[in-house]
Structure formats: structure tokens, C-alpha cells
Design a protein around this ligand. Structure first.
Ligand code: RNT
Ligand code: ZN
Length: 423
């Protein structure tokens, strides 16, 4: 049964390879290119953004996780088990883990301003053993010092100073990860700061934020090992009228200070897309970070699916050969479905989008565009949509030793029965 299935996948692939070859596209090359693209899975899908500092509570910072599907990871070990399960169903090498600071492992309570590499030793050992790179994030929410809704831009110097110290501690942890894994860590700063209602002084808060960021970046950290990123947002729950760290703020800040800019797909107006921003940002910045997410009507952080925008993001990266300059991270949290499935669906969709882009005859399409033949460009883009990329995807999964098609769901159901349902 399994053998005849493998044969069917092989013969479908052989036909697809011929069909792509007619367009001048090498499917084997596309698969080996795909294998090299790391995706950074966000740890926070596994436990509904709770972290391991204290007992369950409101996430805060305007982040909302909805759903009560059973089986949430309650300990770092459970989270690692769930991640191992998800990675085992995702093709490709060197996928990463994106950790938030409040996923630390410490015997007692550790102040966020005092966190250090030792609190992440088990994560680091695990990453080394499994061959994952690590990325990192200060956690500037879910904390009494963030209760006012302001952190790095607070009017209170003590609050600002506290979060400056936390962010510096995080950059040092990122540097440590980078050194230990011989693989640079992207440390991304996102803060919730903003006003629910119309402020009269947007300028002062932004000045305070810039000053705080300057202090954070002034701390000595090897920028080859730790890559700093800053993430903007349009609005959040409770910051509907003004977010201090807006797009213009961080675009300017990142260019001036040559940090990475993080573009989150849910952080713009609902019809505004990050795919269109990549080429502009990379004209003025060496590297950027993506938080690939899916907003539904607002920044709802739905699981990523193979949407037109996801494909457009992948096309922008691949067509311009930006693979080494764009760090692809995921950012969604759905507590209404199996959480391991959520990671698997989102990551496999991201990889499918990249594969489709890698199978595009881009040179030919560019010639059509440059010669003004927009009729052929549109016609070909539509025809390409029904090319047999799925046969290449199945073959790729088979070769990589991960489940083909919906087989991964059976594995996930088994894991749910054996592990998740017993929590
Ligand atoms: C919030 C940002 C941020 C968070 C994570 C948990 O709107 O997208 O990236 O999702 O830090
Ligand atoms: Zn984000």
C-alpha cells in the first residue's frame, strides 16, 4: 500500500518535472533551494502566549488569544515535545525556534531585568541537539511594569529604565545563543505602547521611545551574533488611537540605526500588504524580519494558510533572491484548534508558497513585463497557478522523510490521543 503510494508520487513527479522543464524550470533545483530556507517557528503558538513565569493569566499588551482547545503545553518540556512533533512533519533543514523571554526556566522567580543565558540553558541544549537556530524576543507585556500600557515610551523614567534593562538583558541572551549555536540570533523588540483615545502629544512619547531604544542599542553586544530587529504596529486592543511604535517610526529608526525592521502581516491596514514593502525596505536596510501572520478583519493572528498574500510574500523573496536577507518568522496563535496542527499547517503553507515561487519561470515573466507585454504576463501568471506544483511538494515531503499530504494529520491525531488529551 505504502509502496504503491510512493510509486504514484514518483510518477506524478516525473510528469511534473517534464512539464516544468518545458518552461525552463528545474524542479530538482527548486527542491534543494527550498530545503535550505529556514523558518522560525514561534514558541508561543504552543501555550497560548502564557510563558512559564507564573500561573495562567491575561496575556495583556492588547494581545488576545481565543479558544480553549485541550492540550496546551504547561511546561517547557511539554512545549519542546510538541515542537519536536511539529518539526517532524515539516520538510527542510535547520528550521529555527523563536523564543520569548518569559519562556525562561528558573527554579525561583527571576526579575525580567535580571534574566541571563543560564535561564535558557535547557532550550539551548535542546536546540543544539536538534540542530535548530534560536531567535529571541524581550517580553514587554504580561507584567505589572507594563500595566499602564506603556513600557519603553512611558512618561515614568523608572518604567522606561526597567524595560531598557530587560531589553539589554535579552540582547545579551541573543548574543549568547548566536555564539553557542554558531548561528546568529534575531532579537526582535515589540512593545505594546499606545493610547486608547486621542492623545495630544504623540511626539513626546515617540521621542522617549527613540531615546530608550538608543540606550538599548548602546549596550555592547556583538552584532554579528545578535541581530536587532524592531516591530511596528498600526493599532492594538487598548491602543486604537495611537501606537507609539508605528511603521513610520520604526522604518525611520531602523534605517537610521541599521537594525532589522520587522514586518508583521497583521500590523497594517486590512488591505495593506507586507509583500509590497519588502523591496522598498531592502533598498535601505541589509536585512529584515518577517512575522508571517494572517489577520482576519483585524490583527487576529489566525493560522497562516496558502493565501494570495502568502504567495506574494514568497514571490518577493524568491524573485529577488532575498533568501539570505529576509528572516522568515511566523506569528500566530490559535487556541481553538490542535496547537501542533496549527504550527504544522502554518509552516507547511509557508514552505508551499516558497516552493511555488521557486518553480516560477521568473526570467521569462520579467521579459514580458519589460517588453510591455502585459497581456502575456497576466495570461502566464494565471496559467502557472494550475501547474502541478503539488506533485513536486509531495515528492519533496517524501524525499525529506516527512508525511505526504494529509498523512501528517493522522500522526497529529495519534499524538493528541497519546499525549495531549492526557494533560
Ligand atoms: C504583537 C506582535 C508581537 C507578538 C509576539 C508575541 O502584535 O505581533 O510580535 O505577537 O511578540
Ligand atoms: Zn508580530
Amino acid at each position: 500500500m505504502a509502496e504503491s503510494n510512493d510509486r504514484r508520487i514518483e510518477s506524478a513527479y516525473n510528469l511534473a518535472r517534464e512539464q516544468y522543464a518545458e518552461l525552463g524550470v528545474d524542479t530538482d533545483q527548486a527542491m534543494s533551494a527550498l530545503e535550505q530556507i529556514p523558518i522560525s517557528l514561534h514558541c508561543w503558538q504552543g501555550d497560548d502566549v502564557q510563558g512559564f513565569e507564573s500561573s495562567d493569566g491575561d496575556v495583556g499588551g492588547g494581545l488576545a488569544v481565543t479558544g480553549n482547545y485541550p492540550g496546551r503545553a504547561r511546561t517547557p518540556q511539554e512545549l519542546r515535545d510538541d515542537l519536536d512533533m511539529a518539526y517532524s512533519m515539516i520538510p527542510g533543514k535547520g528550521h529555527r525556534l523563536n523564543l520569548h523571554a518569559f519562556y525562561l526556566e528558573a527554579s525561583g522567580k527571576v526579575d525580567r531585568a535580571e534574566i541571563a543565558p543560564e535561564h535558557f540553558q535547557t532550550w539551548l541544549d535542546w536546540a543544539k541537539e536538534k540542530g535548530h537556530g534560536l531567535d529571541f524576543n524581550p517580553t514587554c507585556f504580561s507584567h505589572p511594569m507594563a500595566d499602564s500600557g506603556f513600557t519603553l515610551s512611558s512618561v515614568d523614567p523608572a518604567v522606561r529604565d526597567y524595560w531598557v534593562r530587560h531589553c539589554i538583558a535579552c540582547r545579551k541572551i541573543g548574543e549568547h545563543f548566536g555564539r553557542e549555536l554558531n548561528n546568529p540570533c534575531v532579537t526582535n523588540i515589540w512593545i505594546p505602547d499606545g493610547y486608547k483615545d486621542i492623545p495630544i502629544d504623540r511626539n513626546a512619547a515617540r521621542q522617549r521611545l527613540a531615546e530608550s531604544l538608543d540606550k538599548i542599542l548602546a549596550a555592547q553586544v556583538d552584532t554579528k551574533l545578535n541581530l536587532d530587529a524592531v516591530e511596528c504596529k498600526l493599532f492594538g486592543i487598548g491602543s486604537e488611537s495611537c501606537v507609539i511604535g508605528s511603521h513610520e517610526f520604526y522604518m525611520g529608526y531602523a534605517i537610521k540605526n541599521q537594525t532589522l525592521l520587522c514586518l508583521d502581516a497583521g500590523h497594517f491596514h486590512p488591505t495593506e500588504v507586507i509583500s509590497d514593502k519588502i523591496s522598498s525596505a531592502l533598498l535601505f536596510l541589509d536585512e529584515i524580519l518577517l512575522h508571517v501572520s494572517r489577520g482576519v478583519r483585524w490583527d487576529s493572528d489566525h493560522v497562516v494558510i496558502l493565501s494570495d498574500e502568502l504567495r506574494a510574500i514568497a514571490e518577493e523573496i524568491v524573485r529577488n533572491n532575498f533568501q539570505s536577507r529576509v528572516h522568515i518568522g511566523l506569528d500566530f496563535f490559535d487556541a481553538s484548534i490542535n496547537r501542533v496542527a496549527a504550527w504544522t499547517i502554518g509552516t507547511r503553507s509557508m514552505l508551499k508558497a516558497l516552493l511555488i515561487a521557486l518553480l516560477e519561470p521568473t526570467v521569462a515573466l520579467r521579459e514580458m513585463e519589460d517588453s510591455g507585454d502585459y497581456t502575456k504576463r497576466l495570461a502566464m501568471l494565471e496559467e502557472l497557478k494550475t501547474m502541478p506544483w503539488s506533485a513536486v511538494w509531495d515528492h519533496h515531503c517524501l524525499q525529506q522523510g516527512v508525511p505526504v499530504g494529509p498523512q501528517w494529520l493522522e500522526k497529529t491525531r495519534q499524538y493528541e490521543e497519546d499525549v495531549l488529551s492526557k494533560r
